[in-house]
Write a protein that binds this ligand. Sequence first.
Ligand code: 13P
Ligand code: SF4
Length: 305
Amino acid sequence: MDFEAEIEKLKTELNAVILAHYYQESEIQDVADFVGDSLALAQQAEKTKADVIVFCGVHFMAETAKILNPGKLVLLPDLDAGCSLSDRCPPGPFKAFKDKHPDHFVVTYVNSSAAVKALSDVIVTSSNAVKIVARIPADKKILFAPDQHLGRYVMKQTGRDMVLWPGACMVHEIFSEKRLVQLKVEHPDADVIAHPECEAPVLAHADFIGSTKQLLEYTQTSPKQKFIVVTEAGIIHQMQQKSPGKTFVPAPPDNGCACNECPHMRLNTMEKLYRCMKNKTPRLELSPPLREAAYAPLKRMLEWS
Ligand code: 13P
Ligand code: SF4
């Protein structure tokens, strides 16, 4: 079957918009109406006029789109597309952690469930975390969850002390510092660009640190011709399209593979995308009270961004 042609037909039939994250496989990125990072995708979801949002990303991203658009049908090609950060920060233990720090302002990374968002004061993404934390009054104590590495990076950038939930991304924490150093020796003319979910020793080698969108923009505006890319390798598709003459070298993980892919993101395929649009399932559902509780800190993020 020509999935691309069938998906295009279904888009018109359903008045649907396909939103895709940069870590999706190239074919999905190419059929999407909009490809972006977590913040840009949430902003697109907030303003879309389409009746149906088809979200090619992981569960928390589709859930964010549903929180922002309770009246719209939100489809996700594979409901099992989770995220290690979100999955390892369940609402019960998070509530207990929060209760131990009662006077803290709770800043939660968007890579979290609606139930954890509902327990938070403000949500951040990797694009706006530094800006948002810097806005919090200096006399407020801060609790940051669930990514300890992003949290440490934000602490360094803002000079703010924060209590950190000990979570990590299973993809970004396995980049090998040793293999990165070897790559730098092989490519002395390359800039190292890294996502802030990486561990501090890896980030210490970076010439530029940013969200996926910020990394992409950096490769477009930098006069450099070569980049060692320390994030999920799916982003390289957009980098090559935007700067066809430049060279992109994926940084390797410490598991013997040549490049690093998110197993959750890669659960989505063109066939599953076609089937979810054809059958209008799986769909994201949220109870109205949970949706309302998770909306307040998310709305604050969009206002502060
Ligand atoms: P971005 O918001 O930078 O796209 O990050 C999302 C993510 O899941 C990174 O692992
Ligand atoms: Fe979650 Fe990491 Fe995958 Fe991003 S790359 S979706 S943080 S597991």
